[in-house]
Design a protein around this ligand. Sequence first.
Ligand SMILES: Cc1cc2nc3c(=O)[nH]c(=O)nc-3n(C[C@H](O)[C@H](O)[C@H](O)COP(=O)(O)OP(=O)(O)OC[C@H]3O[C@@H](n4cnc5c(N)ncnc54)[C@H](O)[C@@H]3O)c2cc1C
Ligand code: SF4
Length: 568
Amino acid sequence: MKGFSIIKKETYDAIVVGSGVSGGWAAKELTEKGLKTLLLERGRAQEHGDYPTQSKRVWELPNRGRMTPDEIENVYPVQYRSGAISEATKHFHVKDSEQPYVEDKPFIWVRGDQVGGRSLIWGRGVPRWSPMDFEAPAKDGMGIDWPIRYDDIAPWYDYVERFIGVNGEPMKSRAIKDGVFQKPMELNAGEKYFRKCIEDSFPGRTMTIFPMAILTEALNGRPACHYCGNCPRGCLTGSYFSTQSTTLPAAQATGNLTLRPDSVVHSVIFDEQTDRAVGVRVIDHHSKEMIEFYSKVVFLCASALGSTQILLNSKSPRFPDGLANSSGTLGHYLMDHHFRVGGSGILPGMEDKYYIGNRPAPTYIPRFRNVGGDTDRDDYIRGFHYGGGASRIGWGRGSSELGMGAELKEKLRTPGPWRMSINAFGEMLPNYDNHVYLDSEKTDQWGIPLLHVSAAFGENELAMRKDMKDSAGEMLEAAGATDISTYDAISRTVPGDAIHEMGTARMGRDPKDSVLNGWNQAHDVPNLFVTDGACMTSSACQNPSITYMALTARACDYAVESMKRGEL
Ligand SMILES: Cc1cc2nc3c(=O)[nH]c(=O)nc-3n(C[C@H](O)[C@H](O)[C@H](O)COP(=O)(O)OP(=O)(O)OC[C@H]3O[C@@H](n4cnc5c(N)ncnc54)[C@H](O)[C@@H]3O)c2cc1C
Ligand code: SF4
């Protein structure tokens, strides 16, 4: 490697790159199956429970939870645009100023580089995919056929859900499969009313609690959630799934894990004689030394764009455009979900009904469009779902209420009326032009070429958004809501904003048009696996992480069985 003196280190059975949602799962599965595994994480060490803002009240935060103008402008200018970062959570996000990338077109890349990755800040919503999601590209021709079907992954969803603990209730939906659920969190009075109105007015539609990777029953020493509501600051009781609470302890308990934080993986080392990956090159975060680690199998779990950046940077005479890229599709077909569209309104009555606690779960209206029969549309394909919730309007309404003095005070002594909000997430179609590539000159402080991102929503997404907005209004009207307002904030959102970026090293049946096969295994390099969002062939509209976990567990099982047969 030009410019580096290389330190050569020990050999492991397996190397896993990235310790977030997918990497934690790979580390657990591989170590439990007996492989001596090195887990490499570019970010800092992060102990479970070391969550400094978790229990702080807003007045205990120096800026009352807000970012300062200086931080917004100079440190977190990208992620601030997502709204997913605050004074209370910023320590779980990378500093945009220290890890730049190039937005050829606007793209928000929200990253949490520490041990645990974004599992410490994620929203925890975990709806499964359904058979129709895996079949869609083959049926409508938009994208390539998935090399797997729902039945291939179903046992792995079961396996993952049993271990992480997911609460939810049967969905009564054609578009989504039920998981292995703990008892559900309860809908409040306003939500139960809204559900009944939807079911009465729109046969085939329903509303339920969002399936969440949060315990409602104790599991493997982790207690049930106590509704503190501060999830994005870390969970002291480990009641929601994170690498720290769930997969890392399991991996560590085997005695087979070596965890190395502050290890920025630069590239995968490829041996042209054997067509195998033989290890990875790491730049130490602090010393900037290059170190090589070797293994029999490599799992990339560095997040969709992180893994693709590593592959693009792994060049060799055989793969001058990036490792495992004989198809030329590496970096292409970047997807996200599209959102910031929906509606809200005031529900009538129920003024004697209250609720307590901060339930950390929204409501869920599963997809009801293009699921067959009279739900099919001719103006767009695929579909969307809604998250939302009902609550009573609080004291803050005093600032806009007419009135003053004792009369106003009296009015504000009780909560205001019920407001129901529903906000949609839609599928984004794969498009070759939505892609990432490496800068030919500019590098980051570790000598890794900067990633360029170029992606935009297409006509199908825009047509779908009209329906996402109109359907929200229609359901609120059917519930007798007043003051209904619907919105489509397309001007305030761009790809990446939904933080479900996926694709760029997609799975497929044919090595000519895909990077990975149906086992997340590189077509070109049999002992190289990519099991994060990079592997996704299409995006569906469901939150994706539970599918990454199931695919990862499945791929690990396959890899270890193949190793036993001497095939890798
Ligand atoms: C606010 C928020 C809400 C979300 N809500 C949901 C939700 O409700 N449901 C859902 O399904 N998803 C949700 N997501 C998305 C979810 O967090 C991601 O899908 C998930 O974390 C992806 O898992 P991953 O393992 O691929 O990546 P990550 O969890 O991001 O982990 C990747 C890890 O790889 C490391 N890494 C990257 N590059 C390198 C390198 N070169 N060398 C070494 N290490 C590297 C990173 O530091 C990181 O620790 C949300 C995300 C955010 C931020
Ligand atoms: S609301 Fe529940 S899951 Fe969230 S941080 Fe509090 S205890 Fe943990």
